[in-house]
Design a protein around this ligand. Structure first.
Ligand code: AMP
Ligand code: ZN
Ligand code: FE
Ligand code: FE
Length: 285
């Protein structure tokens, strides 16, 4: 059997691996295909594609966007993206800027709470365009200001805690359209984590292409439920570990195994979409 892991993070957002290290793990686990889904960036894709090619693994470009639908937060995965698409790059650059500003705000609040974390230490540790809460947590641990990452989230960073700062969120409908115009497929990430099934029909009506049925934090029952919903709404099925490298525990890559037939279906869908777009252009020219 061939398997894929289509939800992976690297140092280009809040993972700890370089793209090359991630691909080495993918090869070690015998994966046939992987996708990179760093938050608000496609920067790691070129390096990951090169590393995958060298070891014979199929690579799918991707990103993970934070969106909202009627005040509900939803994470959208974009797959098979054109990584030089101008509009995509312009939009994600805006989100990266907001993420950088948010680091200053989170650190200022942590300082107000009496903990002398230096903002420079967070940026030095993150060393990427798309920093997030895990970088703040790691910098707190590294500076010896707290014991572990859980403490960082529990004391400061979880939603509702003193240093929690909301992220900029694009509307889900705009995110789906952004992904589509960059040649990609739009997939709802880890629906079981947010328990927001009621928004699925609205997303489907907006052009959602797929749903992440298999995820580290999905129970077997949850995966089955989302497979059923995928069938009901004619959605593609995806899955991945959401590996962030060495964070709290061992790397998760390879622990969620998406049967390869789903990758073939994704590929067929994207090919059909592109063929239709080409046909439409040649008719109008
Ligand atoms: P951000 O995009 O900056 O809001 O950070 C979100 C990331 O933080 C997620 O992708 C997780 O990797 C991580 N995260 C969120 N909540 C927790 C938590 N309670 N403990 C550890 N990591 C978390
Ligand atoms: Zn993350
Ligand atoms: Fe997510
Ligand atoms: Fe993720």
């Amino acid at each position: 059997m061939k398997f894929a892991d289509l939800h992976l993070h690297t140092r280009h957002s809040d993972g700890t691996f370089t793209p090359e290290e991630l691909v080495a793990y993918a090869a070690h686990h015998g994966l046939s295909a992987i996708a990179l889904t760093d938050h608000d960036t496609v920067e790691g894709c070129a390096a990951a594609a090169r590393a995958c090619e060298a070891v014979g693994i199929q690579f799918i470009t991707g990103t993970e966007l934070t969106a909202e639908y009627e005040d509900t937060e939803v994470h959208l995965l974009g797959y098979f993206l054109d990584t030089v698409n101008e509009r995509l790059l312009a939009e994600i650059t805006k989100f990266q800027t907001v993420r950088q500003q948010r680091i200053y705000e989170m650190v200022a609040r942590i300082n107000e709470m009496g903990v002398p974390l230096q903002v420079e230490s967070v940026f030095a540790l993150a060393n990427c365009q798309s920093p997030g809460r895990p970088h703040v947590a790691r910098a707190l641990v590294k500076a010896g200001l707290i014991r572990n990452l859980d403490e960082a989230f529990d004391r400061f960073l979880k939603k509702g805690r003193g240093a929690w700062v909301p992220k900029a969120r694009m509307s889900a409908l705009d995110s789906i359209e952004l992904i589509h115009q960059a040649g990609g497929l739009a997939v709802m990430a880890h629906p079981g984590l947010n328990r927001t099934d009621e928004i699925i029909p609205g997303l489907v009506a907006a052009g959602l292409d797929g749903i992440e049925c298999f995820h580290t934090k999905h129970s077997t029952a949850m995966s089955e439920r989302y497979l059923m919903l995928a069938d009901q709404h004619h959605l593609l099925v995806t899955g991945g570990s959401d590996c962030h490298g060495y964070s709290k525990a061992k790397p998760l890559i390879g622990t969620v195994k998406l049967p390869y037939e789903h990758v073939e279906r994704l590929q067929a869908a994207v090919n059909a979409r592109r063929a239709a777009a080409t046909a439409a252009t040649s008719v109008t020219v």
